[in-house]
Design a protein around this ligand. Structure first.
Ligand SMILES: CC(C)(COP(=O)(O)OP(=O)(O)OC[C@H]1O[C@@H](n2cnc3c(N)ncnc32)[C@H](O)[C@@H]1OP(=O)(O)O)[C@@H](O)C(=O)NCCC(=O)NCCS
Length: 138
């Protein structure tokens, strides 16, 4: 499972993501029947790594759709399912936050369409340039 080469600066390789996992990381796969179409990490410790987030904010990290399944609506569908999933499974938190590279227009559009809002704060700690900080309250 991977993204295309040009998207690697935005998300990295799955083997590296898995190897870096710690106690706060809840890895998820996105499935459509027998196909594994995507991946994301719910990071319970995200607020500790970021300014301006509260303890009620968990993090969405490493969200991607496999290159063979992109552009078919899976990314948006997954984002639209987050609210219900989080209410049911992460009810001690109340919002999901993420950072997204300012150049990553497809991802920004996808998050906006799925209800995430730009906090108007930029995160400058990313290796590939400034990132928007977006949040979804639930
Ligand atoms: C961003 C990503 C998750 C979107 O998933 P996807 O399944 O390809 O997207 P969808 O088919 O659900 O499209 C949802 C919306 O995203 C936007 N979008 C998707 N691909 C796009 C593209 N190439 N250009 C512009 N907008 C795009 C559109 O607004 C689209 O809605 P529309 O089709 O009604 O216009 C996927 O492209 C991806 O995995 N990218 C690489 C990894 C990455 O950047 N992850 C985000 C890290 S923060």
């Amino acid at each position: 499972m991977s993204v295309i080469e040009e998207q690697l600066p935005f998300v990295g390789r799955i083997e590296d993501i898995l190897a870096a996992g710690g106690i706060d990381d809840h890895f998820h796969i996105i499935c459509d029947e027998n196909d594994v179409v995507g991946f994301f990490n719910i990071d319970l410790g995200f607020h500790k790594k970021m300014d301006n987030l509260s303890e009620q904010d968990l993090g969405l990290r490493s969200f991607f759709i496999d290159k063979n399944f992109q552009g078919r609506g899976y990314g948006l569908k997954a984002v639209m399912l987050f609210k219900d999933y989080l209410q049911e499974n992460y009810c001690s938190f109340s919002a999901m936050a993420l950072t997204v590279n300012c150049k990553n227009i497809p991802a920004i559009r996808c998050y906006e369409k799925g209800g995430f809002e730009d906090t108007d704060k930029l995160y400058l700690g990313g290796l590939a340039g400034p990132q928007h900080v977006m949040r979804l309250e639930y």
